[in-house]
Design a protein around this ligand. Structure first.
Ligand SMILES: NC(=O)c1ccc[n+]([C@@H]2O[C@H](COP(=O)([O-])OP(=O)(O)OC[C@H]3O[C@@H](n4cnc5c(N)ncnc54)[C@H](OP(=O)(O)O)[C@@H]3O)[C@@H](O)[C@H]2O)c1
Length: 228
C-alpha cells in the first residue's frame, strides 16, 4: 500500500465527515500465478467447498488434491511478498490510519475479509509471517513444512485473523470481526466459485450493520460463527 494514498484517504474522510462508521477491508490478492483454464478444469468448486466449509470435514480429500493444485498454481518470491503486503500489511496500515476516525463514531465497525484458508489449523506460529518470507526467499517452503499450495495466502489470512483478535481486544469500543465469504464467483476465482457476489457479501454486510453490543474479535464463515 502506498502510505501517501492511505494518508490522503484518512485526510479526505476527516475533512468531509470527521468520523468513520464502517471500515470493510476487502482488498486482497491470491498470490498465485494461474492459468485460468487449467484452474477451472481442476473442478476447484469441489475442492474449495471442502476446504472453506466451516467444519473442514473433508480435509483428507483436499490433501489428495494437493498435487493437482501444485501443477496449475505457481508462485514466486515476488507474488508471495505482494500477497502478504496486500492481505496483511496493507490492511493493517489502512486500519491503523483510520482508527482515530472510527473512534469518533458512535457505532464503529471493522470487517476483515478473511478466508477459511487462514485457519490456525493450517498455521499456528505467531512469527510465521516473517519466517515465511525468509523461507520463500531461500526456496525452502516445502522443506520447512509450510502449506504447499496457496502458502502466501494461508499465511496472510492467518495473520489477518490474528490481527483481528488482537485489535478487538485492544479496542473494545469498535466491533471488529473477520469473515470468509465462501467460494465466490469473482475475478479471484475466475468466476468459478460456488456463490454469487450477493451471497458472498451477505456475511460482511450483516457484520458491518450489526447492532451495538454485537460480536467482536470473532471469525465467521458467511453468516455462521466459525473458529480461528
Ligand atoms: N472469491 C472468493 O472465493 C474468496 C474466498 C475467500 C475470501 N475472499 C476474500 O474476499 C476479498 C475480495 O476478494 P474477491 O474475490 O472479490 O477478489 P477480486 O475479484 O480479485 O477483487 C479483489 C479486489 O481487491 C483490490 N485490490 C487488490 N490489491 C489491492 C491493493 N494493493 N490496493 C487496493 N486494492 C487492491 C482489487 O482492486 P483492482 O481491481 O483495482 O485490482 C479488487 O477490487 C479478498 O480479501 C479475498 O481474499 C475471496
Amino acid at each position: 500500500m502506498d502510505p501517501t494514498s492511505v494518508g490522503s484517504l484518512a485526510n479526505f474522510i476527516n475533512t468531509q465527515f470527521h468520523k468513520l462508521d464502517i471500515l470493510v477491508n476487502n482488498a486482497g490478492v491470491s498470490g498465485m500465478i494461474v492459468d485460468a483454464e487449467d484452474f477451472t478444469s481442476l473442478n476447484l468448486g469441489y475442492l474449495a467447498e471442502d476446504f472453506t466449509g466451516s467444519n473442514l470435514k473433508n480435509i483428507e480429500i483436499v490433501g489428495a488434491k494437493t498435487d493437482m493444485v501444485k501443477q496449475v498454481v505457481k508462485h514466486t518470491y515476488e507474488t508471495d511478498e505482494i500477497c502478504l503486503r496486500t492481505n496483511y500489511y496493507g490492511t493493517k496500515q489502512v486500519t491503523q490510519a483510520l482508527i482515530p476516525l472510527l473512534l469518533q463514531s458512535h457505532s464503529p465497525r471493522i470487517v476483515n475479509l478473511s478466508s477459511s484458508f487462514g485457519k490456525l489449523k493450517f498455521l499456528s506460529n505467531e512469527r510465521a509471517k516473517e519466517e515465511f518470507l525468509e523461507d520463500a526467499r531461500e526456496g525452502l517452503l516445502e522443506k520447512k513444512g509450510w502449506p504447499v499450495s496457496l502458502s502466501a495466502y494461508v499465511v496472510s489470512k492467518a495473520a489477518l485473523n490474528a490481527y483481528t483478535r488482537i485489535l478487538a481486544n485492544k479496542l473494545p469500543k469498535i466491533s471488529i470481526n473477520a469473515v470468509s465469504p465462501g467460494f465466490v464467483k469473482t475475478d479471484m476465482s475466475f468466476n468459478g466459485g460456488e456463490f454469487t457476489v450477493e451471497e458472498g457479501a451477505r456475511g460482511p454486510v450483516i457484520l458491518a450493520l450489526a447492532p451495538d453490543g454485537g460480536p467482536s474479535g470473532l471469525s465467521f464463515y458467511q453468516m455462521e460463527l466459525s473458529t480461528f
